[in-house]
Structures are given as C-alpha cells and as structure tokens.
Design a protein around this ligand. Structure first.
Ligand SMILES: Cc1cc2nc3c(=O)[nH]c(=O)nc-3n(C[C@H](O)[C@H](O)[C@H](O)COP(=O)(O)OP(=O)(O)OC[C@H]3O[C@@H](n4cnc5c(N)ncnc54)[C@H](O)[C@@H]3O)c2cc1C
Length: 311
C-alpha cells in the first residue's frame, strides 16, 4: 500500500475554525491512485468516509469523526493557452495567482478565499459577483459507490451548479479530483491590481479571527415589507432575489453576541468566530439561537452554508 494511514488525528488544526475532535483514521492523498487506494481501504474496512479540503467551510464535532478522513492534497496545475487544468487539492489562492501570473483573467474575484479548488467547486464558491461555475469547463471525479473505482468526467452543465451548490455537494459519494477552467486573455498587471483591491475589500469587511467564512446562506426573500425595510435601511437594492443573512442578524442587534467561545463578529454579522476557546457545541447553540430569533421576527429560516461533520 502506498498510502500512510494515521490513527486518532486531531482535526481542529486542519480547519480555519480551529474546532473539532479526532478522526479515527486519517489519510493524505496526493494523486489519483492514492485517492482510489484510500477509498478502497475504507470500503474493505467498512469505514465511513469524509473528504477534507482546506477545512475552511466545515464545523467538525467535538467528538470528531468515527471513520476515515481523506485529505485531498493533489497539487498539479498546468496551462494550455486559455485553459488551466488544476487538481482539487490546489489552494484557490494559488489557482488565482497562477492564472494572473500567466496573463489570464476571470478568477480575480476569488482572491483571498481560503480552501482548495475542490471545496470551492463543490460549494460553487462566489464573491463580488463571480462564481466558480463561470469559468469551469469540466471536472474529473470518483464515485465511491462504483465498482470498479474509476475516474469519470462531467461538464459544467452536468455539474448542476446553483447558489453555493453543485452535483458534488448534493451527492456525498462523489470526490472531486481535478477540474479544467477556461479563462480570458488578460493583462497581468491589471489583474494583479484587481486581486489586490479584492483582498483589501475582504480585509475591510471581514474579521480575521478563526471562522468558517459566511456561516449562513443568503436567504431568498419574496416578502415585500422585508425587502422595503432592507432597501430603505441600507440605501441599496436587493440583488438576485436574496438578502444578506448578516443583515437580519445585525438588524436584531446581535453583532458581538457571545455564547461560550462562539461569537457573532462585530465586523460582519454573518461571521461566527471562534473567540478563543469555542467548542463545536458553542457554535451550534449560537447558530440555533440566531436562526430562532430570525425565524420569530421575520418568518425567515436561515440555512447554514458551513458543512457539519461528525454530528
Ligand atoms: C475567512 C473566510 C472567507 C471566506 N470567504 C468566502 C467567500 O467569499 N465565498 C465563498 O463562497 N466562500 C467563502 N469562504 C468559505 C470557504 O472558504 C469556501 O467554501 C471554500 O471553497 C471551501 O473549500 P475547502 O477546501 O476549505 O473545503 P472544506 O472546508 O475542506 O470542505 C467543505 C465541504 O466540501 C467537501 N469537499 C472538499 N473538497 C472536496 C472534494 N475534493 N471532493 C468532494 N468534496 C469535497 C467537504 O467534504 C465538505 O463537505 C470563506 C471562508 C473563510 C474562513
């Protein structure tokens, strides 16, 4: 066997929240063969599988994960004219930098988003009007239920992208292995300027404390009185039929609200931060509290964007 299986590995340091117990088994995989071998090991030993990218959009339970965590660390990236082929384990930040350095434009919006390319495609990550789906051509993936285990491909259309969603998110049997992107010819120094501005906008608006990014999805709203209140309070129009989840939390005065070590960021109401010693339980209690208050006041059900593991 070429893969090295570790036992009882603490997962908190593998996440941007810095929260979570141990994985019973843990493997880092660096190429297609490693991925297949790891999945086969889990199947042979009847273990549940969890796929970990950069750990920037997960909340891992304090009790950890009673199965095999497969950490995706394949790291290949290559360019062919306007196309980039990129492994799922490459960090999104590296993909953005690589594209810009090679004079390709189209991914600048993603500057500063932590995590891997695999995690970003799976959740159709987005910011400042851009989304992963906008430049994706196709993905290579593995379906862990198939026998024999072999790589498959699907096109952008077959990925069924939606707001923070894709076929990979809706089917946990699928492991994203690599992806192909098509970008536009750009001018490196202009793209670099946009990247810098994008990172500065992030630093202005978002906290740097441990978190998993935006905790709740922005809800779709059709209640006219809520839309009117938002537009008059904020002096801006609702976009795409959605309102920022943070606006509801801020409107209720919960910026800074703390339960145990979990806190609503003072800087951005849709960021729940680990204020030092938060447990996963603290985060869940605070999340439930916020969901209930928003539901009671506005009749809106907030939905978590962050994936929960081991609960
Ligand atoms: C400070 C901060 C800012 C952020 N800003 C943004 C933002 O602007 N926009 C945005 O969309 N998100 C944002 N996020 C959230 C997060 O960075 C993204 O969702 C990111 O794309 C997640 O990637 P990851 O590799 O860290 O995934 P992980 O957290 O490791 O995993 C998330 C989920 O994806 C699954 N997954 C990961 N890799 C694979 C794979 N290869 N195959 C199958 N499933 C996989 C995991 O099983 C898990 O369910 C932010 C987070 C932080 C901490």
């Amino acid at each position: 066997m070429n893969i090295k299986i570790q036992k009882n590995v603490l997962l908190a340091p593998q996440t941007t929240f810095k929260i979570g117990g141990e994985a019973k088994f843990f493997i880092e995989v660096f190429n297609d063969d490693n991925i297949i071998e790891a999945v086969q090991y889990a199947k042979d030993n009847n273990l549940k599988i969890f796929i970990l990218g950069g750990g920037s959009n997960v909340l891992i339970s304090d009790g950890g994960f009673d199965g095999l965590v497969i950490k995706i660390k394949n790291n290949g990236i290559k360019i062919n004219d306007c196309e980039i082929e990129c492994d799922a384990g490459v960090s999104l930040i590296n993909l953005v930098n690589f594209s810009v350095k090679n004079g390709l434009a189209g991914l600048e919006w993603a500057a500063g988003i932590p995590g891997t390319v695999g995690g970003a495609i799976r959740g159709n990550a987005g910011a400042f009007g851009g989304e992963m789906k906008d430049s994706l051509v196709e993905i290579k993936f593995l379906n862990i239920k198939k026998d024999p285990l072999e790589m498959e491909f699907c096109s952008n259309e077959q990925c069924k992208f939606d707001y923070r969603s894709s076929i990979i998110k809706n089917n946990t049997d699928l492991i994203l292995v690599s992806a192909k992107f098509k970008l536009k010819k750009g001018i490196a120094y202009e793209s670099e300027k946009v990247v810098k501005e994008t990172i500065n906008k992030r630093l202005e608006k978002q906290p740097t404390n441990p978190s998993a990014g935006s905790f709740f999805k922005n809800p779709r709203i059709d209640k006219q009185e809520i839309i009117e209140k938002f537009e008059s309070d904020m002096g801006m129009k609702m976009r795409g039929g959605q309102l920022p989840a943070g606006w509801f939390i801020d409107d209720l005065g919960f910026k800074g609200k703390k339960i145990g070590g979990a806190q609503v960021s003072e800087k951005h109401a849709n960021f729940i931060i680990n204020a030092g010693d938060a447990t996963a339980e603290d985060i869940i209690i605070l999340s439930s509290f916020l969901k209930q208050k928003v539901r009671d006041t506005y009749g809106i059900q907030l939905e978590e964007e962050v994936s929960r593991i081991g609960f």
